[in-house]
Every structure is written in C-alpha cells, then in structure tokens.
Design a protein. Sequence first.
Length: 212
Amino acid sequence: MPGALRPAKILGLLILLGLPRQVWAQLCQNPQDSLAPSRDLYCMSLVPPPPIEGLAATVELRYAPGPYSIAVTPGGKPLYAPVLQASGLPPAESMGPYHVYIAWVASPVMFPMTKLTRIENGRNELPAFAIDPFMIMVTAESSDSVSHPQGKVVLRGGSPSTRLQPPDMMQFSIGAVRQEHKGSDSTAMAGMPGMAGGRMSATGLPKSLGAF
C-alpha cells in the first residue's frame, strides 16, 4: 500500500541527513548504486561554459547542523551547508588577469548574488545559506576581496529544485530581449545579470546571454 511506504521513506531521509562525511562524498562521486539514495536529489554537478574544458565539480547538498533533522530559518527555508569538490582548475592566472576562484550563490534569476568563499581544487566547505531554488557559480577574480562577480565564469549549475521550472525560465525571468545599457558600447541579448563577453560587469546589469 502507498501509505505503508511513507514511514520507510521518512526513515531513509533521516538516515541520509545523518550520513558521515565519507558516505556523502561516495554518494556524489562514486558510480550510482541502484539501492542508494538518488544522487540527483542530494548532489549537484557544476560544468564549465564553452569553450572552457577539463573542469568539473560536484556539490554535496548538506544541511546545516541543528537541533532538528533539517535546519531551517525562522521563515521555514532550508538552511544548506554544501561542500564543493572541484577538480581540473588551472592556475587562475591562465584564465586572464585573475588570481583566485570565488564561489557565488543566487536565485535562478541570478540576482542578488551572494559571495560564498574562495575555491581551490579538492574539498571546499561553503558557508550556509537559505536560498531555494538556487544557482552556484564559480568565477576567476583578480582578488578574493571582490564583493560581487567581475571576472570570468568557469563553473555553474543549478540545484535539483530548479528542474521544476521550464528550461527557459531563467531567460524569461531576466528578460531575454535586446537592450542597450548606459556606459556600454554594444547592444546584446540580455541574459544572466552582469555577463559581458564571459565576464561579470561591475554594475551587475544583464549584458550577454551566450556566455552563461
């Protein structure tokens, strides 16, 4: 009976939330086990935009620790504390006039953008945040002191909850129309806020769709 399966599903979720670090890493990086929890719900893949190749990252969608099974804000939003596992990142200097990689998080409309932490190859624990659905992006920046994305996007991906939206929802939300912006010498298809030739503009205004 469908109702009889509900307690088992709840128990499975509680067990998953209490998994140790090693098991989380195996869940997101090892081949999918048919009897294991679906990695599509608890792991994210970050991929590079063309023409960048050879970079990859996975994000373990952990919850922040708390007195209850799932940590939430006073408003009831899930409080995530993800772990980003990156590989293939070359020295930031090879991407241009940059020195560090920075991770950012935002809603699917990519505004406002919240700075998370500096990223290196290997394991990176991200600060907790309460955004859902959300996008995670990694950019090459000139300094880790930047307060908003200004450099080159090297990795990006969406949380599992973004799959509930139409594929073109991001373009619709931002406004995929031709716009002219003051201080810009070109007219481009509006897209992800702040994108200009593969880089983020200091204004955070949408300038180019293709780079994302």
